[in-house]
Design a protein around this ligand. Structure first.
Ligand code: GLP
Length: 244
């Protein structure tokens, strides 16, 4: 594992964007796994700027998003589809057909999940998966559980996550109760992983993820077993780490 503890959110965003830019430059047809949430917003902004300055191109890049709420239409302001187009895809030269996000409105969820995995496989697998982390240690929407989840599947969100994400919805009862997420197996299958976290609220999850026992009760702890993991945290998120 490579651990970078940087000063603040701006440095985190810059370091993450640099890593993505490097991999896109060395392989223009790279397959990226992408997260939503507040954490990657700064990185997306930097990548948009690099694209505008013509330093990198996303014309041949393929992307797979980690997760999507179930039951929110694409155009809903809180869907992850909308998040990705508003905050990233609309501002870069990516080809729409090369972007993939689970369909939260699919009638047959199981079929949608299997098809999503097949699309990842057909693309040759994911080269770099970028992850945020939930306060409870979730990655994607893989919530604390008794077992590590497998491939892309439907999940019931925990109260902790519903509450944490209610800030975007205005009211807690508007937050969907279910989501589709790439599973732990799908994530561990990616050739490399970059985990990002900032702020005090993430310090405990980061400490447990990187230095605690590997347990499905703290889903991100499984990343300790990945052979190519880069972690970038700001000082606050890294404040409880003993190796800091
Ligand atoms: C959501 C997403 C995760 C994300 C997490 C943290 O629940 N499903 O992929 O990592 O929230 O979000 P934030 O970056 O806003 O703290």
């Amino acid at each position: 594992m490579k651990l970078h503890i940087v000063k603040n959110y701006d440095e985190l965003s810059h370091a993450a964007a640099e890593k993505v830019a490097h991999i896109v430059k060395s392989n223009p047809k790279v397959v990226l796994g992408l997260p939503t949430g507040s954490t990657p917003l700064g990185m997306y902004k930097e990548l948009i700027d690099m694209n505008k300055r013509k330093e990198i191109s996303f014309k041949e890049v393929i992307t797979f998003n980690l997760d999507e709420y179930q039951g929110l239409p694409r155009e809903d302001v809180n869907s992850y589809y909308r998040f990705m187009w508003d905050n990233f895809f609309s501002h870069i030269d990516i080809v729409k057909e090369n972007t993939n996000i689970p369909n939260g409105m699919a009638d047959d969820v199981e079929k949608e999940c299997t098809a999503y995995e097949s699309r990842i496989e057909k693309a040759g697998g994911i080269d770099l998966m970028i992850l945020g982390i939930g306060n409870n240690g979730h990655i994607g929407f893989n919530e604390p559980a008794q077992f590590f989840g497998g491939i892309t599947h439907r999940v019931k969100l925990t109260e902790n996550t519903i509450e944490a994400n209610s800030r975007f919805f205005g009211a807690i009862d508007r937050v969907p109760r279910y989501a589709i997420t790439m599973g732990i197996k799908s994530i561990m299958h990616c050739r490399s992983i970059m985990l990002l976290a900032n702020g005090k609220a993430k310090a405990e999850a980061i400490k447990k993820a990187l230095e605690g026992p590997i347990t499905p009760e703290l889903p991100a702890s499984v990343l300790q077993l990945h052979r190519d993991l880069t972690v970038i945290v700001d000082k606050e998120a890294g404040s409880l780490l003993s190796c800091r």
